[in-house]
Design a protein. Structure first.
Length: 333
């Protein structure tokens, strides 16, 4: 597939699509069956996108079936052929993954591919339900906390960019065999992660601390409250408001008389978290660093305050990694 790996969840969606075609006694797999396959796979990013756009999943299923009707074929099971439009959707899904610099094809890319093939039945039904291409793309980017790679960071982001570059340089110095073209060409910190790290500095300043530690990074993840990391924490039973309070009770406030620095330094543990986040992204064959990788990095730095508090709350590394993989519908290669 030219380097693009379909996630386990996408493979299930495509298997579902064949089953839907057979159930409806059709002789082919079309975009409408792929849409039904996505609607059946109620977990993962695509399902979250449609839910967040306010779609009634059951009503959409009924609408698809009403439009395509029941055929007369006995069905050919796993041998059902894909229509040219369905094949095009898979190509468009890979194109979406490429544009977003993702090295896997997930349900979110498949949904975008369906919507991009505007002459297909699926795209028309999605559009009629209010899920137009740009709305789907915007919500997908919002949920994943990613964007097309940022050209630059302004204002406070300039010092943040320096921190990220330094972390990347350190990471690459220990991983030279991974890519020969240097540290800044492969791993892109998502816009949401950049926002989280900027908020970590704000949390440190608010607490009158003179550094940015793992506790501030976790506070910022909780404060940001959207994206994969927040969903993972909620899904493993972490009460975000209670966790925030626990962090503040644990670290206490610093001396208000001390003026906050505009460029608070990162602790060695906080820097290590960024390196571990890049390692997690690499191990998952992702070419971006999102909030999910940052969360995994926080837990892996097990001597940090964040990891200790998360582990006490039941968010251990294995639990969080398993839920991250489940939510994204991917697995370790």
């Amino acid at each position: 597939m030219n380097g693009y790996n379909f996630t386990e969840r996408v493979r299930r969606v495509l298997a579902n699509a064949r089953e839907e075609s057979t159930r409806l006694h059709h002789e082919y797999v079309g975009t409408e069956h792929i849409l039904l396959g996505i609607l059946r796979e109620s977990e993962g990013v695509a399902a979250l996108v449609l839910q967040n756009l306010g779609l009634d999943i059951d009503a959409l299923k009924e609408r698809v079936e009403a439009v395509v009707g029941i055929g007369k074929s006995s069905g050919l099971g796993p041998e059902l052929p894909y229509t040219s439009r369905a094949k095009k959707v898979l190509e468009l899904a890979m194109a979406e993954a490429y544009d977003l610099k993702h090295s896997y094809v997930g349900t979110e890319h498949l949904l975008l591919g369906l919507s991009r093939d505007e002459q297909g039945i699926a795209a028309q039904l999605l559009d009629n339900a209010g899920a137009r291409l740009e709305a789907i793309r915007t919500e997908t980017l919002r949920l994943l906390g990613t964007d097309f790679p940022a050209r630059h960071a302004g204002g406070a982001g300039q010092s943040l960019a320096g921190t990220l570059k330094a972390a990347a340089t350190t990471w690459w110095s220990g991983n030279r065999s991974q890519r020969p073209d240097g540290p800044t060409n492969s791993y892109h910190f998502s816009e949401r992660v950049r926002n989280v790290l900027a908020m970590a500095r704000e949390e440190s300043a608010r607490l009158h601390h003179e550094y940015v530690g793992t506790e501030h990074q976790l506070l910022a993840l909780i404060r940001e409250g959207q994206g994969v990391a927040a969903a993972v924490l909620r899904n493993v039973g972490v009460n975000l408001a209670a966790m925030r309070q626990t962090i503040e009770d644990t670290v206490k406030q610093g001396d208000p008389a001390r003026s906050a620095q505009s460029d608070l330094p990162y602790t060695s543990r906080a820097k290590k978290v960024l390196e571990l986040a890049m390692t997690e992204a690499r191990d998952l064959t992702h070419s971006y660093v999102g909030t999910e990788h940052l969360l995994l990095g926080l837990i892996r730095e097990d001597k940090g305050i964040a990891a200790q508090l998360l582990t006490r709350a039941g968010a251990t590394l294995d639990v969080v990694r398993a839920e991250t993989l489940r939510l994204l519908g991917t697995d370790n290669p």
